[in-house]
Design a protein around this ligand. Structure first.
Ligand code: MG
Length: 344
């Protein structure tokens, strides 16, 4: 198999602010794995702040190292993923996930079958995805929420001194289901107080109220919260899942955090064994990485796959959203194609 790596620079429509910083663009990487005249494609896109230790440069270096361990049989996905972990044991999960999704794409094309079908999943069981309203003034956030009429579920980014005002302003103009994501910004005490104040606005779930390492804080918040608590920054890989049991109600899985579809499947089943609900999330990325994640969503309770909807120009097309509901493409593999110039 041949691996090709090219830059995939993506511009956001508007600055995307969360509690720990503002993102203006995503410097992702596009990979192609070629085998016997067929091509599988994948996208490497980390958290833009380097929060999980990956940057554009580390992904490039990791992918070059991974090129050396690709075997000649793309259907041996498990062996290849194990070989990636042997080559670079820790982290590099966004790079690993690009290889993983390209192998699923290639396998699907070889077997002439969409990925969801390879995995035995029912495309009618996909959930509704949320659309994110990033941090801004409460007035501007309310304006964006009022405009987002195609999305019946909104995720509100908080973690400022005006969190309650923001949610109140959005609720005044929108009947959408509302999710709140603090991105680890609150102390446990602040979290308990703020969640109590937010409860009357009808919030579906709260994501990552406290610092990632503060597992006792998570438990404390959950014990006092009338709203379900979902771990995101605290639950990165498979090994994190068992310790989430009893501390939160559910976990947010992302391909770029866990290393790809194969690891995500293991996390979903492990979460179920621990009676945790499952959300599928994303980083800012094109429809390539978003569609790869979407193929697993018949297995999850919540989806937050709006990463490509935030872009000024999306170079790929694949998954679609109909009033937020995820519609999977049924072409072989991931079912992702490049957009033509006019469509961009
Ligand atoms: Mg989150």
């Amino acid at each position: 198999m041949q691996l090709h790596i090219t830059p995939l620079d993506l511009q956001l429509q508007r600055p995307f602010r969360i509690s720990r910083g503002t993102q203006y663009q995503a410097r992702n990487l596009l990979i192609e794995i070629e085998h016997d005249g067929l091509k599988g494609i994948g996208e490497a896109g980390p958290d833009s702040s380097g929060y999980y230790g990956e940057t554009h440069e580390t992904m490039q270096a990791a992918l070059e190292a991974f090129a050396e361990v690709l075997s000649d049989d793309p259907l041996l996905i498990e062996d290849i993923i194990v070989a990636l972990d042997h080559r670079l044991h820790h982290g590099n999960t966004a790079a690993k996930s690009a290889i993983d999704m390209a192998l699923y794409d290639l396998t699907g094309k070889i077997l002439d079958m969409p990925v969801y079908r390879l995995l035995g999943l029912n495309p009618a069981r996909t959930p509704v995805s949320s659309f994110t309203i990033a941090i801004d003034t409460p007035e501007e956030m309310a304006r964006l929420a009022a405009e987002a009429t195609n999305y019946p579920t909104l995720k509100i980014k908080v973690g400022t001194s005006r969190d309650i005002e923001m949610v109140r302003a959005i609720r005044e103009v929108s009947n959408a289901t509302l999710r709140v994501d603090a991105n680890a910004a609150w102390t446990p005490k602040e979290a308990i107080r703020t969640i109590e104040a937010l409860a009357p606005y009808g919030i579906e779930l709260i994501e990552q109220p406290v610092a990632a390492h503060d597992l006792d804080g998570l438990r404390l918040v959950r014990e006092h919260s009338p709203i379900p608590i979902i771990a995101d920054e605290s639950c990165v890989t498979l090994e994190d899942v068992p310790r989430m049991a009893g501390r939160v109600d559910g976990i947010n899985i992302k391909l770029a955090k866990c290393g790809g579809l194969r690891n995500a499947l293991k996390m979903i089943h492990t979460a179920r064994a621990h009676r945790l609900s499952v959300m599928f999330g994303c980083m800012v990325s094109s429809s390539l990485a978003i569609t790869a994640a979407a193929h697993l969503t018949p297995l999850v309770d919540y989806a937050d796959l709006d990463g490509a909807l935030l872009l000024a120009h999306d170079p790929f097309q694949g998954v679609r959203f109909e009033q937020g509901r995820i519609r999977l493409p049924d072409a072989p593999g991931l079912g992702v194609t490049e957009r033509t110039a006019e469509m961009k």
